[in-house]
Design a protein around this ligand. Structure first.
Ligand SMILES: Cc1cc2nc3c(=O)[nH]c(=O)nc-3n(C[C@H](O)[C@H](O)[C@H](O)COP(=O)(O)OP(=O)(O)OC[C@H]3O[C@@H](n4cnc5c(N)ncnc54)[C@H](O)[C@@H]3O)c2cc1C
Ligand SMILES: *[C@@H]1O[C@H](CO)[C@@H](O)[C@H](O)[C@H]1NC(C)=O
Ligand SMILES: *[C@@H]1O[C@H](CO)[C@@H](O)[C@H](O)[C@H]1NC(C)=O
Ligand SMILES: *[C@@H]1O[C@H](CO)[C@@H](O)[C@H](O)[C@H]1NC(C)=O
Ligand SMILES: *[C@@H]1O[C@H](CO)[C@@H](O)[C@H](O)[C@H]1NC(C)=O
Ligand SMILES: *[C@@H]1O[C@H](CO)[C@@H](O)[C@H](O)[C@H]1NC(C)=O
Length: 530
């Protein structure tokens, strides 16, 4: 990037000339304002479409090809904030010029809301805010919003072999979006969600002020821990409370095809997964795969992937007690430090250097996906499992992950944080439909498949409302178009699914901290007057 001749000088001259006239564009006014409200290094932080690096900067953190195709709407500019004043300036100047901002940390928003909008917008890109400052003595760390989960895990492990943090499995996910949407992973039965372990935060509010927990007050601090980013302010950093992990943990993967008794196992898993010891977490993944020799057709492969905070013999006796059908053997179990298990869970081969946690893709990802979610409160009966898998095989492109609740998840009150899905839930389903073809027709075909599958699942999942997990953002459950015109009835529909009774309190907080509704997107929290 340093070899590219800074376009800023050309632009600033242009802006200087234009600012003298009364009809400069909102972008020009924005850039002019930004230069006045930010530290001088702002010149190195701005990318407009004329800059040769514009697209590569835009796509450096886009994780869904559906929203990074050439036809997808592009921002007027990207501000890759280098210091706090750039964030403050972007907020103040976008607001005063009527430009929407989209805040991006890791770029994994499942509907691309952090880098696409249907109205003129600027991307505030937080990837330079990537530091993780670990203090083992107090058992805490400050993680900036652009730090990835891999960064967080890696830096903890540099300082300690017995500390960890409960967050997601995918190391490239950003702390900014992930934590503000709840954040779950395989430590959730033991320690709850990421938001259950956040003790402070720094945020830029709608007036450009920097607030911490004390100055923002408990209402706003409550709202940003699960109420979603992009509604209340820009998170600069989070203070997290580290959790204890045993020096060695045990992991395993057991796979079973449909023909080999997967149905009985999955049925039994539903009965016991939430009741297992808190130290044990067993996720079930459902994939469509090629059949075996005897049945050449596609079939379903079910994978049970486990994490136990402790040694394998102890785990084996726990599994043997409540889930003997799994047939778990000592040879299936691998003991390793917790940090290695984060790589194992993300499918890295054993022996992968821990540094791989810091990797980010060099190219924009070339596949598209649609994510949806459901909560299950009663075991799905065997005949329904059978029809469900039949439909998956027909679709070929849908996969599922089932994540058990129980343990700590059931002990925390549903109003403790905006994330309401606590006691009473057996497991969370993530549906993931992926495709590699470009274009609107392919997208529509796969979106239709995804929606049909979701429709099929209706009788087996939560209802009134049909609950959904915010981090698996799904615009189908209700969304505002255009995104600058928030309608309370529509907001109520997605709000009740993501937040249940907590939606009302989120609206109250929003009305107080951003009554003009500057921080908004298709699924943001509206203030009362809107
Ligand atoms: C491959 C993949 C794996 C995933 N695995 C998990 C998982 O294991 N567990 C889980 O809980 N979720 C998981 N998710 C969902 C993920 O947690 C959410 O998509 C999350 O919002 C991503 O955060 P981000 O910073 O990477 O995304 P971004 O796209 O940067 O941000 C998401 C949204 O958060 C808001 N936002 C971002 N940064 C800020 C900020 N600094 N201040 C204020 N608002 C901000 C914006 O509104 C933005 O639209 C996964 C998603 C993907 C694509
Ligand atoms: C929303 O944006 C569109 C397109 O830029 C614009 O025409 C419309 O006036 C805006 N509406 C509101 C309520 O700001
Ligand atoms: C394989 O698929 C075909 C076409 O869908 C079907 O007719 C046949 O019965 C299937 N065979 C088996 C063994 O399931
Ligand atoms: C599992 O439990 C059964 C009966 O309770 C016992 O006979 C068997 O030895 C146990 N196996 C393991 C691996 O602990
Ligand atoms: C954990 O990972 C490190 C780095 O790759 C490796 O040296 C070590 O052998 C691994 N430990 C285990 C038990 O897998
Ligand atoms: C999917 O497409 C079919 C055929 O075009 C249509 O009948 C069906 O309603 C669509 N389903 C969904 C959920 O959109």
């Amino acid at each position: 990037m340093s070899t590219i001749k800074p376009l800023w000088f050309v632009l600033s001259t242009l802006i200087f000339l234009l600012s003298a006239t009364s009809d400069s564009s909102p972008l020009e006014n924005f850039l002019h304002c930004l230069s006045k409200h930010s530290s001088p290094s702002i010149t190195k932080a701005i990318y407009t479409p004329q800059n040769p690096s514009f697209l590569s900067i835009l796509h450096m953190h886009t994780y869904n090809h559906r929203f990074s195709a050439p036809t997808a709407p592009k921002p007027l500019a990207i501000v890759t904030a280098l210091d706090e004043s750039h964030v403050q300036g972007t907020v103040v100047c976008a607001k005063s010029n009527g430009i929407q901002i989209r805040i991006r940390s890791g770029g994994h928003d499942c509907e691309g809301l952090s880098y696409v909008s249907d109205v003129p917008f600027v991307v505030l890109d937080m990837f330079h805010f990537g530091s993780v400052d670990v203090d083992i003595e107090s058992g805490t760390a400050w993680a900036e919003s652009g730090a990835t989960l891999g960064d967080v895990y890696y830096h903890i492990s540099e300082k300690s072999g017995v500390h960890g943090f409960p967050a997601g499995v995918c190391p490239t996910v950003g702390a900014g979006g992930h934590f503000s949407g709840g954040g779950y992973g395989n430590l959730m039965r033991k320690y709850g969600l990421s938001v259950d372990n956040i003790i402070d935060a720094k945020l830029v509010d709608v007036n450009g002020n920097i607030l911490d927990r004390k100055s923002m007050g408990e209402d706003l601090f409550w709202a940003i821990r699960g109420g979603g980013g992009g509604s209340f302010g820009v998170i600069l950093s989070w203070k997290i409370k580290l959790v204890y992990v045993t020096p060695k943990v045990t992991v395993f993967k057991v796979m079973r095809n449909l023909e080999d008794g997967a149905k009985g196992l999955v049925y039994k898993w539903q009965l016991i997964a939430t009741k297992l010891h808190d130290d044990l977490f067993i996720r079930v993944m459902h994939d469509v795969v090629d059949g075996t020799q005897k049945a050449k057709n596609k079939t379903i492969k079910v994978t049970f992937i486990g994490l136990f905070l402790g040694k394998s013999d102890q785990m084996l006796s726990l599994v043997n007690e409540s889930f003997p059908e799994l047939g778990l053997k000592q040879s299936d179990c691998i003991e390793m430090p917790w940090i290695n298990s984060t790589l194992y869970w993300f499918n890295y081969p054993i022996g992968t250097p821990i540094k791989a946690l810091l990797d980010v893709p060099k190219e924009p990802l070339s596949y598209s996906f649609k994510t949806m979610s459901d909560y299950v409160k009663r075991p799905i009966r065997k005949s329904a499992l059978k029809s469900m898998w039949k439909l998956m095989i027909k679709s070929e492109s849908v996969r599922m992950e089932w994540n058990p609740y129980g343990g700590k998840m059931h002990e925390i009150s549903p109003s403790e944080t905006p994330f309401p899905h606590r006691a009473g839930n057996l497991f969370l389903i993530e549906y993931l439909t992926t495709w590699g073809q470009d274009g609107v027709d392919a997208a529509n075909r796969y979106l239709n498949i995804s929606r049909s599958f979701y429709e099929f699942m209706t009788p087996y999942v939560s209802h009134s409302p049909r609950e959904a997990f915010l981090n698996y953002r799904d615009l189908d459950i209700g969304s505002n178009f255009p995104s600058n015109a928030t309608n309370m009835n529509i907001a109520q529909s997605y709000g009740s699914k993501y937040f249940k009774g907590n939606f009302k309190r989120l609206v109250r907080v929003k009305s107080k901290v951003d009554p003009e509704n500057f921080f908004r997107h298709e699924q943001s929290i509206p203030p009362l007057s809107h």
